[in-house]
Design a protein around this ligand. Structure first.
Ligand code: NAP
Length: 265
C-alpha cells in the first residue's frame, strides 16, 4: 500500500484526504492519504522518508521550514514556499502546486490571464503563488497588501510587470482591472471582504483563494456586480490534482476529486 499525507498544524479541518482517496478509488490504487501534526518540518520529512511515505502535502506553518530538508524545484524556489514533497528521489523533491491551483482553475473556466491587468490582494503564501502564476502567464499584476513592505518584497522578487501598494490602492486599481485574486484570509469562515463592493464590475473575473464558505462575501458581491467568479474550492482542487500527478505520474481523475471535495463544503 502507498501512503500519502499532509503535514501542518492544525490539519483536522483538511479536506484533502477524501479528495485524494477519491482518486485512488477511481484508479484502483492501493493507497491511503493521512494527516499528521508533527513537531517540526525536519522531523516529519526524515520520518516520512524512513517510513516509506510516497508523498506529503505541506501546509501552515511548515511551507517555508521544509525548504531545509528537501531539494526545491525551480518554481518552488522562486516562490519561496513548498506545499508538496515527493519522496521518490533522494533528497526528496519539493514543489509548489498552489501555482498550478491558480493557473489550472483559470484555464478550467476558459479564463486566459495573458495580457490581463490583474490585482492580487495579499502577499503571503497564496499571494506569492498567485503573483508568480499570473506574471508567468503574461499578466501585469498589482499586489495590494495590508503590510506594504511584504507586497514590496514580493514585487522585488518577481520583477518586471508588477507593482505594490497598500490596501488603499485597491480604489485606483480594481475599477480598471480584468482579474482580481483574493489571497488574504479575509472571508475565511466569516462574512467579511477585503475589497469594497463598490469597486467590483462586470468586466472583472474574481478568483477567491478562500474556500470556506465556498461562496464568500467577495464572490457574492462580485456576482451581484455581474463579474465572473471562480471559487476557492477550484484552487484547492487543482493544487491537489497537480500534487497527485507529481506523485504518481498519472493523469488525475479531476471530476471524481471535485465531487469528493465539494461533498465536504
Ligand atoms: P498567509 O501566508 O498567512 O498570508 C495571509 C495574507 O492575508 C497576508 O497577505 C496578510 O496580510 C493577509 N491578511 C490577513 N488578515 C488580514 C486582514 N484582516 N486584512 C487584510 N489582510 C489580511 O496565508 P496564506 O497561506 O497565503 O493563505 C491565505 C488564504 O488563502 C487563507 O484563507 C488560506 O486558507 C487560503 N489558501 C487557499 C488555497 C486554496 O487552494 N484554495 C491555497 C492556499 C491558501 P499581512 O501581510 O498584512 O499580514
Amino acid at each position: 500500500m502507498q501512503v500519502f499525507g499532509l503535514i501542518g498544524d492544525p490539519v483536522g479541518h483538511s479536506r484533502s484526504p477524501p479528495m485524494h482517496e477519491a482518486a485512488y478509488a477511481e484508479l484502483g490504487m492501493d493507497a491511503r492519504y493521512v494527516t499528521f501534526e508533527p513537531t517540526g518540518a525536519g522531523a516529519a520529512v526524515k520520518a516520512a522518508g524512513s517510513l516509506g511515505i510516497a508523498g506529503l502535502n505541506v501546509t501552515i506553518p511548515f511551507k517555508r521550514d521544509v525548504f531545509d530538508y528537501i531539494d526545491p524545484d525551480p518554481l518552488a524556489a522562486r516562490i519561496g514556499a513548498v506545499n508538496t514533497v515527493d519522496f521518490s528521489t533522494d533528497p526528496p523533491r519539493g514543489y509548489n502546486t498552489d501555482l498550478a491551483g491558480v493557473t489550472r482553475s483559470l484555464a478550467y473556466h476558459d479564463i486566459d490571464p495573458s495580457g490581463a491587468d490583474a490585482v492580487v490582494v495579499g502577499a503571503g503564501g497564496a499571494g506569492r503563488a498567485a503573483v508568480f502564476a499570473l506574471v508567468d502567464a503574461g499578466a501585469s499584476v498589482h499586489v495590494a497588501n495590508r503590510t506594504l513592505a511584504t507586497a514590496e518584497d514580493l514585487v522585488a522578487a518577481v520583477g518586471e510587470g508588477t507593482t505594490a501598494g497598500g490596501l488603499a490602492t485597491l480604489d485606483d486599481c480594481v475599477p480598471d482591472a480584468d482579474l482580481l485574486v483574493n489571497a488574504t484570509s479575509v472571508g475565511m469562515d466569516e462574512d467579511e471582504t477585503p475589497v469594497p463592493a463598490r469597486l467590483l464590475h462586470a468586466d472583472l473575473t474574481v478568483l477567491d483563494a478562500v474556500y470556506s464558505p465556498v461562496e464568500t462575501r467577495l464572490l457574492r458581491e462580485a456576482a451581484a456586480a455581474n463579474a465572473t467568479t471562480v471559487d476557492g474550492a477550484w484552487m484547492l482542487l487543482f493544487q491537489g490534482v497537480e500534487a497527485f500527478e507529481v506523485w504518481t505520474g498519472r493523469e488525475a481523475p479531476v471530476e471524481s476529486m471535485n465531487r469528493a471535495l465539494r461533498d465536504q463544503l
